[in-house]
Design a protein around this ligand. Structure first.
Ligand code: FES
Length: 164
């Protein structure tokens, strides 16, 4: 039997040891990266997809903030607070045609939609245009500390005035 002249039974040289250590570290590093990725994607997968929306309840402030016989638009919440001699009520400012934000025209005394020309009176009743329905009345009430409160998610079928 002849021995391989290149083969040595001597312990590995320091260069070969460092190469072995390099590959061990590469393997451990790859496993650590894969485990971290699995943990991150697993956490995202198991976390609920929750959409946080603002509350539909709007504090419209004190009644005396609104001048007599006025229509006041709050563009942030898309509601009109209408003050008449009989009391207060709230209308949605979202056009019932395709959802544009309407605007009150005090010189004409109407609510107009800038998108396709629908017009409504101060009660939200359609005067002209493609809107299929009147502007919805929204539930309004007085809070315990005397503020006007509006529930944007709650359209009411019957006109209800808040008297103060
Ligand atoms: S969105 Fe108002 S008329 Fe079309």
């Amino acid at each position: 039997m002849s021995e391989d002249p290149k083969r040595t039974d001597t312990p590995e040289s320091p260069d070969e040891m460092s190469r072995r250590n390099f590959f061990i570290k590469m393997g451990v590093g790859s496993v650590a990266v894969a485990a971290l990725g699995t943990t991150v994607f697993g956490y995202q997968y198991l976390s609920p997809n929750v959409l946080y929306e603002p509350s539909p309840i709007v504090d419209a402030g004190k009644p005396d903030h609104y001048p007599p016989d006025s229509v006041t638009l709050d563009p942030q919440t898309a509601i009109y607070v209408v003050r008449t001699a009989e009391g207060f009520f709230a209308l949605s400012a979202i056009c019932t045609h395709l959802g544009c934000l309407t605007a009150y025209k005090p010189e004409l005394g109407i609510i107009a939609c800038p998108c396709h020309g629908s017009k409504f009176n101060k009660d939200g009743v359609k005067i002209e245009g493609p809107a299929p329905r009147p502007l919805p009345w929204l539930r309004m009430w007085l809070s315990e500390d005397g503020n006007l409160m509006v529930d944007r998610s709650n359209a009411i079928a019957i006109k209800q005035l808040v008297r103060v």
